[in-house]
Design a protein around this ligand. Structure first.
Ligand code: E4P
Length: 217
């Protein structure tokens, strides 16, 4: 499974990229706001220079012509940029048009059901982002949407890749990997929790203490 970071904060991306495990990044208007900037182009360029993998930049328009017009500009920003399009009826129209272009990679976002994922894939989306955390937040089962979508895509040999999004904790990453997601886009805080374990810290300390007993330092 590919691991992406879900942030627009350059310092977070630099840190996780230094681990050697980062394969892409997703941004959205809220993440841009949290990073304190509306300059999607500069942020996208900087991210691509750091990561060198798919970086999703979301449109602001809500109508198909507006989305398509924005996508024309977004796709010039960097070699690995992906256009993020909300999975609405207008979004499907835009996805169909954009995905027909030579470099028209689309990330269908705000997907909350297998039907939306299926429609986005049929419209040519390269990625479909299923918002696990937000589905759970309303008392439904986000992981079940991933599982069912993965089963449908496998059964019908649909090439679109499932992105596990709206991730709230490390278990979501493990469960989405088991459920068949191709990618998990992970918040910085969750990524940090994934590598941390108290027994590892205790183990390192104990190794060093025992080593000092024989090596002297
Ligand atoms: C991914 O690209 C989504 O925009 C993001 O994971 C949404 O996360 P949230 O539900 O915590 O806002």
């Amino acid at each position: 499974m590919h691991l992406w970071l879900d942030t627009a904060k350059i310092e977070e991306i630099r840190e996780i990229a230094s681990w050697g495990v980062l394969e892409g990044v997703t941004t959205n208007p809220s993440l841009m706001a949290r990073a304190g900037t509306a300059d999607r182009e500069s942020v996208t360029r900087m991210i691509d220079e750091i990561v060198g993998g798919p970086v999703s930049a979301e449109v602001i328009s809500t109508d198909a012509p507006g989305m398509v017009e924005e996508a024309r500009k977004i796709l010039t920003w960097s070699p690995h940029v992906v256009v993020k399009i909300p999975t609405t009826a207008e979004g499907l129209k835009a996805m169909k048009e954009i995905s027909s272009w030579p470099n028209g990679r689309v990330n269908a976002t705000l997907v909350f059901s297998p039907n939306q994922a299926l429609l986005a894939a049929k419209a040519g989306a390269t990625y479909v982002s299923i918002f696990i955390g937000r589905i759970d937040d309303v008392g439904q089962d986000g992981m079940e949407v991933v599982r069912v979508t993965a089963e449908i895509f496998d059964l019908h040999e649909i090439p679109a890749q499932i992105v596990a999004a709206s991730i709230r904790h490390p278990r979501h990453v493990v469960e989405s990997a088991l459920a068949g997601a191709h990618i998990a886009t992970i918040p910085y805080a969750v990524m940090k929790k994934m590598i941390g374990h108290p027994l590892t810290d205790v183990g390192v300390r104990r190794f060093l203490e025992d080593w000092k007993k024989v090596a002297g330092s």
